[in-house]
Design a protein around this ligand. Structure first.
Ligand code: NAD
Length: 444
């Protein structure tokens, strides 16, 4: 428990990790290159929406266990264990991950190390990255500042980030090849995660490349499961079948299971799309592109759901968006998040706008982020305001408050009673009985 922890990169992952580790009793110093983010976090003001996280942040700022800085010097002097949580986005012009932020973080930290420490990577990276960064550390760290590198991929879900950090499904510890270093890293990680381990959380040790692959393989599997059911939705649309009933029946098979089997608008966000693309790019570099060609299809099926939603809406509106008003409910890539990175909802909204529709968006948390990315769309403060005068209402992110919408509350404000349920969360019978045209993905 004596360890002093640092977290490098305090975005969705890093801010959560820093606050939760402080809550477990560790002294934690978080660092980001974004001065504004650090100023806000230091004031107890979370720069993004994540349920339950702000109280954890605040109480640990108040009790003094959690602090933030922009100084790598201060960070290197403070920490026994440094967690790397910086972003690894898709490159602008390729499928591959952009590792520039990660490289910059390690290159800033390493020369400043003055005593032995453990560096733990948590960012999602192409297999082989940890080995390469271990070399950078060995080269740049001064004598006396010996650093051992481990990889501990993160599986948290936005919307459940606190719970997932404190009680993960499993902890994966990628350990270096040197046996002494590996034993040391495992011991330290077991101490840091002692509370979760005491609760029975599985602890899986592996070599560095295997640990890196666990994360990308998990995301590839989840993306595949979503695209599988959405491929079934395409077939259902052609055959006049109902994919929601199909999914329900499939889910009763324990070998298949119902989670991530919800047909709809597909996946988005700052992880799944870029992670499967980076995985394909890395497989190509390794000369094993064939192994992952199916992920190309997974990605295509996913993107086709967005196109289908736009086409379905246009068709219901009589073949054109010109002069038509469309209400879009949802901008975040999923509920309980304000994250609009690669958001299916925002993509559909922008596409309808580009085809001449007048689009008004409402999201309970993501309006501000959406406005930054898509400033030409109109934004409303409530679902009813978005729907006012609309010829069609599109439910694109399944927030609880949208699931609870009733035909009778929307009917008085809309211009046309058309609802497109792209997440399959409304009751078709109730809407049709109230005189609405109800359309969904993968259902007659
Ligand atoms: P993010 O964009 O919210 O945060 C990344 C942060 O790193 C930013 O605040 C940025 O300013 C900072 N940064 C960039 N360069 C830096 C540097 N040189 N030194 C210090 N800080 C620097 O991204 P995120 O969603 O938190 O994701 C971070 C990593 O975690 C990615 O690899 C992602 O794939 C992975 N991950 C994310 C989630 C999630 O749900 N968001 C879940 C699991 C894994």
């Amino acid at each position: 428990m004596a360890h002093r922890l640092t977290v490098i990169g305090t975005g969705y992952l890093g801010a959560t990790h820093a606050a939760c580790m402080a809550d477990l009793g560790f002294e934690v110093l978080g660092l980001d290159v974004d001065e504004d983010k650090i100023a806000r976090l230091s004031n107890g003001d979370l720069p993004f929406y994540e349920p339950d996280l702000e109280p954890v942040l605040r109480r640990n700022l108040e009790n003094g266990r959690l602090r933030f800085t922009t100084s790598f010097r201060e960070l290197a002097d403070f920490g026994d264990v440094h967690f790397l949580c910086v972003g690894t986005p898709q490159k602008a012009d390729a499928y591959a991950a952009d590792l520039a932020f990660l490289d910059a973080a390690v290159e800033a930290l390493a020369p400043l190390l003055r005593r032995p420490c453990l560096v733990v990577g948590k960012s999602t990276v192409p297999v082989g990255t940890a080995g390469r960064l271990g070399g950078t550390l060995a080269k740049l760290a001064p004598v006396g500042g010996d650093a051992v590198l481990a990889w501990n991929p993160e599986f948290l879900r936005e919307g459940f980030a606190v719970r997932d950090t404190l009680r993960p499904d499993r902890i994966v510890a990628g350990l270096p090849a040197d046996q002494g270093a590996a034993e040391h890293a495992e011991k330290v990680l077991r101490e840091i995660y002692a509370a979760a381990l005491a609760d029975g959380t599985p602890f899986v040790t592996a070599d560095l490349p295997t640990a890196e692959l666990v994360k990308t393989a998990a995301n590839a599997f989840l993306a595949t499961k979503i695209s599988f059911i959405n491929a079934m939705a395409e077939v259902c649309e052609a055959a006049g079948a109902d994919v929601t009933r199909l999914a329900e029946a499939l889910a009763h098979d324990d070998r298949i299971g119902g989670r991530f089997l919800g047909p709809g608008l597909g996946f988005g966000g700052g992880c799944l799309p870029k992670d499967i693309r980076a995985f394909m790019a890395r497989a190509d570099e390794l000369g094993t592109a064939r192994a992952l060609t199916f992920l190309r299809e997974v990605d295509d099926i996913n993107v086709r759901r967005r196109v289908r939603t736009v086409d379905l809406t246009r068709q219901v509106l009589g073949g054109s968006f010109a002069g038509r008003a469309v209400a879009v409910l949802g901008a975040a890539f999923k509920p309980d998040s304000d994250d609009v990175r690669d958001s299916p909802a925002l993509d559909v909204a922008a596409s309808i706008r580009a085809q001449g529709g007048a689009v008004t968006v409402h999201d309970p948390r993501a309006n501000a982020n959406a406005r930054r990315v898509q400033p030409s769309l109109a934004y409303a403060d409530s679902a009813l305001d978005a729907a006012r005068g609309a010829d069609a209402v599109l439910l694109l992110t399944e927030w609880r408050e949208f699931r609870a919408l009733t035909p009778s509350e929307l009917a008085p404000v809309v211009a046309g009673r058309v609802i497109i349920d792209a997440r399959n969360v409304l009751d078709p019978d109730a809407w049709r009985a109230a005189g609405w045209t109800y359309r969904a993905l993968g259902r007659p």
